[in-house]
Design a protein. Structure first.
Length: 422
């Protein structure tokens, strides 16, 4: 089977690394990929959002399956594009169509979906410039802190959590006036939930599903979860507080109603559902849905999956996922992200990376890298994720941190407190 994987980050390197282990795989192409994916497949210089280029590549290279890593091609409708083109309509796409991708593409759509299907989530109000006064009254009726979310995709930056009511009113107006471009023409005001976060990952063919290992990631740049939000500074799996009792609540109250809700709403869905959760005194609430795997959570979840990933994707495509059971590595996995100096603000690219060859215990997943003059250099804010196994999270973290010290490039930074709150 020839597979085309779209994307270029640490998530895609982890997926490619896992798919490359399958006996069912003939050729793996990654578009555009990075310096790491080049070691497990063939990188293709192609924009995942250029659907015509994707089509031409599929035809020229006898591609049997397209796996979509990031959210943007899904929200833009790559699945629909393929299904509606008679020349490539028979090629399965792992990822939802445009309608299903609205779960991530629109916060308002997601909240209405949860409300409709009784999925536990925070109270909310959708606000546009037409009902701004109602939005301000809603803010006044709430206790601080105030949560404002841009409805559309804002590259992970469209969420504000504010302690001051007048600041929340000012920011609400600024968002509606285009602070995050078109993404914030609608703003969802949400009740603040206090608790501890984790993520649960479901792979579904629209009817059957499997639940992958859960993970917890760390978004803030600074130690102790301080400073600006990033794409993710590290992750841990399993999550110690997510015991059998908690995960049964997640399954019964959230996973089942989500999958059944997609069926009831007549939304065909073949792909990943990422469920961002908050545990509030042991009760799970959904903060958000994503329609793809998380990053850097993929770098700890996929290494714990013992089952053949290509085999699972085939079952998704054929609608036979109900016949599959997954096998999970009992060990803990942790990942620590090495980022460029200055990230998530302005940072420089093109820094030569050394020490990769000295990492023998653990997995090196490239996130923002490329090759220049036969050297691996940085090409993004989040540069490399260092994943390790251990008997428990502390054991695994010890190795991840050791590997982060071994790796070198100018301006390198990593958080040395991943897992601190568990």
């Amino acid at each position: 089977m020839n597979i085309l994987l779209l994307g270029s980050g640490g998530r895609e390197h982890a997926l490619a690394w896992k798919m490359a282990q399958s006996k069912k795989l003939a050729k793996l192409f990654i578009a555009p990929g990075n310096a790491g994916t080049a070691s497990v497949g063939t990188n293709v210089d192609m924009n995942p959002n250029d659907f015509e280029a994707v089509k031409a590549f599929v035809l020229d290279n006898s591609i049997n399956m397209i796996v979509v890593g990031p959210e943007e091609p899904l929200v833009r409708g790559i699945k629909d594009f393929v299904l509606n083109d008679p020349e490539i309509a028979q090629v399965p796409v792992i990822g939802p169509g445009k309608k299903g991708a609205e779960l991530e593409g629109s916060k308002e759509f997601a909240k209405e979906f949860m409300k409709r299907h009784n999925v536990p989530t925070a109270g909310y109000l959708s606000v546009t410039s037409d009902n701004l006064e109602e939005g301000i009254e809603f803010l006044k009726s709430m206790k601080a802190p105030y949560v404002l979310k841009a409805d559309g995709l804002a590259a992970g930056k469209g969420v504000l959590i504010l302690d001051d009511l007048s600041e929340a009113e000012t920011e609400l107006k600024a968002m509606l006036d285009g602070k995050f471009g078109a993404a914030s023409s609608t703003v969802v005001i949400e009740e603040f939930l206090s608790g501890i976060e984790l993520s649960v990952f479901v792979l579904t063919d629209g009817h059957g599903y499997v639940v992958l290992p859960e993970a917890k990631d760390y978004k803030r740049i600074g130690e102790g979860d301080t400073g600006l939000n990033t794409g993710g500074m590290g992750a841990v799996s399993p999550v110690p507080f997510a015991d059998g009792v908690f995960m049964k609540k997640v399954h019964d109250r959230i996973v089942v109603p989500t999958v059944e809700g997609l069926i009831k709403d007549n939304i065909p869905y073949k792909g990943f559902v990422f469920i961002g959760l908050m545990s509030v005194e042991g009760e799970p609430y959904v903060i958000e849905y994503n329609v793809r795997m998380g990053d850097p959570e993929t770098e700890v979840v996929i290494p714990r999956l013992k089952s053949d990933l290509v085999d699972l994707f085939e079952a998704v495509a054929s609608g036979t996922l109900r016949t599959k059971q997954i096998e999970v590595d009992e060990r803990s996995a942790t990942t620590v992200m090495c980022v460029a100096g200055g990230y998530p603000g302005a940072y420089e690219k093109g820094k030569v990376i050394t020490g990769i060859e000295n990492i023998s215990e653990g997995l090196v997943f490239h996130a923002g890298t490329t090759v220049k003059n036969n050297e691996v250099v940085s090409n993004g804010g989040r540069v490399i994720a260092l994943t390790a196994y251990g008997t428990d999270k502390d054991d695994a973290l010890k190795q991840s941190f050791k590997n982060a010290q071994t790796l070198n490039f100018e301006g390198k930074y990593f958080r040395s407190d991943i897992g601190f709150d568990l």
